[in-house]
Design a protein around this ligand. Sequence first.
Ligand code: ARG
Length: 302
Amino acid sequence: MRCAIGHKGATLSAITSLAMIETLRFLMCKPEYFGVSYVINPWMKGNINQTTLERATHQWNALVSAVEGLAQVELIEPQPGLPDMVFTANAGFILDDTAVISRFRFAERQGEEAHFERWFRSRRFSVLRMPDDIPFEGAGDALLDRGTLRIWAAWGHRSARTSHDILAKMLGVEVVSLRLVDERFYHLDTCFCPLDGGYLLYYPPAFDAQSNVIIERLVPHELRVAIEEDDALQFACNAVNIGDTIIMNKISEELLKRLQAAGFAVIEREMTEFLKAGGAAKCLTLRVNEPRQLSWMASRTA
Ligand code: ARG
């Protein structure tokens, strides 16, 4: 089992600051109005009205229990007519007490923006927004590295490339732009998951050649867990990482062994209903406490 203290050269003051780190909190939204009622990604094709509320609720409850074993879950009220609101990862991007709220590319999801904004304000986040004409889909397309202070952000399907420079200026943090090239992996969190200790779980063919070069330059070989297509199609990268634990859809025995060898415990939860909408475990959650300082250590539960 890896240990928080000691990796990446923690200083004594950083270790002392660990005491200040709160229990992690995740925002989730009950699938009360969830369903596939339009098609805005390839997973939704052929799946209109193919989910059941009963199965979705059962799978979502199982995910909540797994997360609650390690962190706290906060809820936002689901809204009729917004079936994708359950995917709270797309609410916005959080750093410290700032939330950069999403501007959805498709009209079908734009109604969610005001609800998420209200929630962020109710929790005393200062809310920032992209210019009107710049799509940006929050923590679906922008993810904090867990080894260093860096934001990985994607463009190509949903968020605009220009949103990355704006995000970097707004937050004063380096943003590394990656280009997505396979429409099945239309959000960054469908194919890329920074893990505790600087590890990276990802599916290289979802990115163009230049992005792969950047990833390989910035993440040491021994920390990269590149996965095969079968696991990628099970949304293995759409994983919730809490300390040494990864909560994810069912994965191959081979990937399970690799993650365990890297020191992670894996909790598998069936996500079939949400896959029909193009989502799985991670995009059903939004990590709410993302302190800039100690970003790589903050994933430890206190
Ligand atoms: N149907 C939703 C959409 O296409 C799924 C969103 C999944 N969210 C994510 N962060 N990957 O927008």
